[in-house]
Ligand binder design. Structure first.
Ligand code: PGA
Ligand code: ZN
Length: 426
């Protein structure tokens, strides 16, 4: 069989935080090769699949020698001879070989890098780009981007509690135009910081990281940057990733910057006030992963006009997505392949979200590499939205630039999801 897996090789490479990560090459009988890389989160949900790190003192415990040894040993042996075109059987073999609920034996970093490498090898064997291979001939759209302008939370020294202040260019007619709009806002925001004499750096995902006096100042400044860049709110709107599990638990939310502690109900009224005051159309993890009542109250209050995304709350798991839909705890699903550990499980999560009429956003992690696989997942699966971090740093720009290449390759047939990528009546 030409598409049988002949050889698997894993190596240590380094991610955008200068930490080790797992890269896997899968070689097929016909000479095709596919490469997969594991990204890494910093603000992780407690129910995510486990990223296997060596621990100890060496490289602050972040080394991945065991995960790499698992790929080069057990995984390579178990997958040898399997058909790379049969992704679900290969992933099932990985799941069974690991044998734990959270991939804690082999490591989800080992399994996701292998799983993605198999898909890439399969696509190469068919002389197709990954997005074409995944689309199986169905019509697809380039995704509407969510792009961070200001970073906070675990990605920026917790100077601001809210993790991501992002923009969505909902007025763009093409992906190319979307990039131009975001570039204007990003550069305008940087100039505003400079003019105000704010100290700022660049956060893990490439957003500006200024010393705001309050969480709300970041929102005010982003709104101003959008307006100063020349856009109306129906052209460029705001998305927030609150990542509330990072500062809230058991119904109590502590905003370090604002020096305030809120109950779940009080936090809800703060968020609702922000939504009324600023052009926000999407909010991710507004409440902590243990606060279903908070998620429900928020979704009830805003659900038909605002996208409410579950990230830590859902961790790309079908059972949690179904429960959240039943509970009406959110209306959109963030899809992060390494939260579950195989492409097939990520695909199942996407299908569940689609079946339930929920929004779908493929997302990068805060620790990334130059790998662009997620762009192909968002496009090939036609999810409508993609979230990658900011508009700076090459591990982020590699993804946006890949979208532009796909747009060009498609030529006049290019369809851009635009605002329809959101499952909202805008
Ligand atoms: P993470 O952040 O990769 O650190 O989890 C991304 C996000 O929360 O969406
Ligand atoms: Zn998130």
């Amino acid at each position: 069989m030409k598409t049988a897996i002949k050889h698997i090789h894993s190596r240590r490479i380094w991610d955008s935080r200068g930490r080790p990560t797992v890269e896997v090459d899968v070689h097929l009988q016909d000479g095709s090769m596919g490469r997969g890389v594991a990204p890494a989160g910093a603000s992780r949900g407690s129910r995510e699949a486990l990223e296997l790190r060596d621990g100890g003192l060496h490289l602050d415990g972040f080394d991945v020698s065991h995960a790499i040894a698992n790929v080069n040993g057990e995984i390579a042996k178990a997958l040898a001879g399997m058909n790379a075109l049969d992704q679900s059987s290969a992933d099932q073999r990985l799941i069974e070989l690991d044998g734990t609920p959270l991939k804690s034996r082999l490591g989800a970093n080992a399994t996701i890098a292998t799983s993605l490498a198999i898909a890439q090898a399969a696509a190469a064997s068919q002389s197709l780009a990954l997005w074409q291979y995944l689309s199986q001939g169905e019509a697809v759209c380039l995704p509407l981007p969510q792009i961070q302008i200001f970073g906070g939370g675990a990605h920026a020294g917790r100077r601001v509690d809210v993790q991501d202040f992002l923009v969505m260019p909902i007025g763009a007619q093409s992906f190319d135009e979307a990039m131009v709009m975001v570039a204007h806002v990003y550069q305008t925001a940087g100039k505003l910081m400079q003019a105000r004499g704010k100290r700022f750096g660049v956060a893990d995902e490439g957003g500006w990281w200024p010393d705001f006096a309050s969480n709300e100042e970041a929102l005010q400044t982003l709104t101003l940057a959008i307006e100063k860049a020349g856009y109306r709110h129906d052209q460029v709107a705001i998305a927030l990733d609150i990542a509330a599990s990072e500062f809230g638990q058991q119904g109590s939310y502590t905003l370090g910057l604002d020096n305030q502690v809120f109950s779940s109900e009080e936090w809800l009224s703060v968020l609702l006030r922000w939504i009324d005051a600023y052009p926000i159309i999407s909010v991710e993890d507004p409440f902590a992963e243990d606060d279903t009542a908070g998620m429900q109250a928020f979704t009830r209050a805003v659900g038909n006009r605002i996208q409410v995304i579950g990230d830590d709350y859902l961790v790309t798991r079908v059972d949690l997505i179904e429960a959240a839909h039943t509970d009406q705890a959110c209306n959109a699903v963030l899809l992060k392949p390494n939260q579950v550990g195989t492409l097939t499980e990520t695909y199942a999560a996407m299908l569940a979200a689609r079946r339930l009429g929920m929004g779908m956003i493929v997302s990068a992690r805060s620790g990334e590499t130059e790998d662009t696989a997620i762009v192909h997942l968002a496009t090939g699966w036609n999810t409508g939205q993609l979230k990658v971090g900011s508009f700076a740093r090459s591990e982020r720009m590699a993804k946006w630039n890949e979208c532009l290449r796909i747009q060009e390759m498609w030529g006049k047939h290019t369809v851009f999801a635009g605002k329809h990528g959101l499952k909202l009546a805008l």
